[in-house]
Every structure is written in C-alpha cells, then in structure tokens.
Ligand binder design. Structure first.
Ligand code: ZN
Length: 256
C-alpha cells in the first residue's frame, strides 16, 4: 500500500503548488456535466482518457459497461446524476479488447459472472446474424463491443429516469463511445437520438395507446385475408413480427 500513499502525497503537493485553492473549491461541492458509464477494466481510466479532472465527471463502472435495469447501483448513480447533479451528457463507453464481452461470446463458463454476461449474450441474440456473418474472430468481437455499447445506450433510454427526464426542458443527451486501447482513441458511435426516441412508445407511458393501433392494423389485415383457407398447426406460417418488433429490427439495421 506504500506506493499508493506515497503517490497520493506527491499528487497533493503538485496540486497545491499548481492551484492553492484546488481542494477548497472541490470541498464546496460538485457540478459535473458528464456521467460516464464505463468498464471496470484498469486500462480504461475515465478521467485520463477524457481529459477531465476532479469534479467534472460522475463515474459508474462495471464489467463491460452494462446498463442493467435491475442494477440498483447503476440506477442510483443514474438517478442522482440526472435528478440531483443535472448532468448534461451521459456517456456509455465500451472498449475493444473487453474481457467481459469476449467471455460472453466464448464457449466457457465462469461461474456467477455468467449471469451478468447473459446481458451481453442478449446483445448477441438481438444482432445474431450480423455477429455470425463476420468471419474474422477479432473483428467479430470488436463489432460486439460496439453493438453492446449501442444496446446499453438504448437500455439507458428505457429507464424511468431517462423517460422522465425527457419530459423536462433539459433532458441529458445520451452517447455511445468506444475506446481503442491500442491507439488510445475514443470514437463516437453516433447512436441516433431519434432511434432512442422510438422506444418511448413502449418504455414511456403510452404502451396501451400504441397497442390500440396495433390491434386496429391487425384487424384490418385479418379482414383482408378472411377468404384464405385455414392452415393446420403443421402448415401454419411462422408468426409475423408485431409492429414493435419490426421497428426494433429496423433500428438494428440502421445501427448496423
Ligand atoms: Zn471491459
């Protein structure tokens, strides 16, 4: 532990020399503009790679930068950041070479963590054909890192906290970034805001209103096919995706 404490003393000395008021100012409180949700990986230090200092970025990290709707730790951080600190931008930051993402796509089991990794396997499920069509192992995992970030940004948009914030005059903007450990560079994946907004009809408070439109459309379609002979179970056509599922598929194509 000695190197850690020595480094701390050295850092305090340097900070005081550069800015005598540095610690007093921070002690007064924080008003960070950003919430950063990143991976716990030691090679992805949130402040260093974004050039932000103390007081500028609220940070939550977990294995593979996940936004899981039953994770009360993440939800508490998100609520506090949005409703109390009033952050303006929320960043989900993945990174190439992510061990969590690689583990989720591997053929091994790791114990308890497999249940966490199941959330990444859900990302594979949603984008399975794109994932499988990439023949190069490294490129496939790199794309999975990006798809995971995109889905975690969508997961953010689904939370009651972001849904409610969107009813206010200054909702936070959501971003998906990926960090390249080899290059040290961040890339914005440009997760489209209108695509995220399309989730509102389900994850906001208008799901029943939307359901009424689906029923209406399905009734119209069934009256058009009323003259067709009925199929037996063996012959029956595969169930067509509902409108919401088609919409998600379209979003996925847009993101691909
Ligand atoms: Zn990682």
């Amino acid at each position: 532990m000695e190197p850690i404490l020595d480094n701390n003393r050295k850092w305090v000395k340097e900070q005081r020399a550069a800015d005598p008021d540095f610690f007093n100012r921070l002690a007064d409180g924080q008003q960070p503009k950003y919430l950063f949700i990143g991976c716990s990986d030691s090679r992805v230090p949130a402040s260093a790679i974004t050039g932000t200092g103390p007081g500028e970025m609220f940070v939550h990290r977990n294995i593979a930068n996940m936004v899981v709707h039953t994770d009360f730790n993440m939800l508490s951080v998100l609520q506090y950041a949005v409703e109390v600190l009033g952050v303006q931008d929320i960043i989900v930051c993945g990174h190439y070479g992510c061990g969590g993402v690689a583990a989720a796509a591997s053929n091994k089991q790791y114990g308890l963590i497999d249940n966490w990794l199941t959330n990444i396997r859900d990302v594979i499920r949603v984008h399975e054909m794109e994932f499988l069509r990439i023949s190069d192992d490294d490129l496939r995992l790199r794309r999975l890192v990006e798809l995971n970030v995109i889905e975690q940004v969508r997961n953010l948009a689904k939370t009651s906290i972001i849904q409610n914030a969107r009813k206010t005059s200054k909702p936070p903007r959501l971003h998906g970034l990926v960090y390249d450990i080899k290059e040290g560079l961040l890339t914005d994946l440009d997760v489209e805001d209108d695509m995220i907004s399309e989730l509102n009809h389900i994850y906001g408070t208008s799901a029943q209103q939307y359901a009424a439109q689906v029923v209406e459309q399905e009734t119209d379609q069934s009256s058009l096919t009323a003259g067709k002979p009925e199929l037996t179970d063996e012959q029956s056509e595969p169930e067509k995706p509902r409108k919401g599922e088609q919409r998600v598929a379209r979003q996925n194509q847009q993101a691909d």
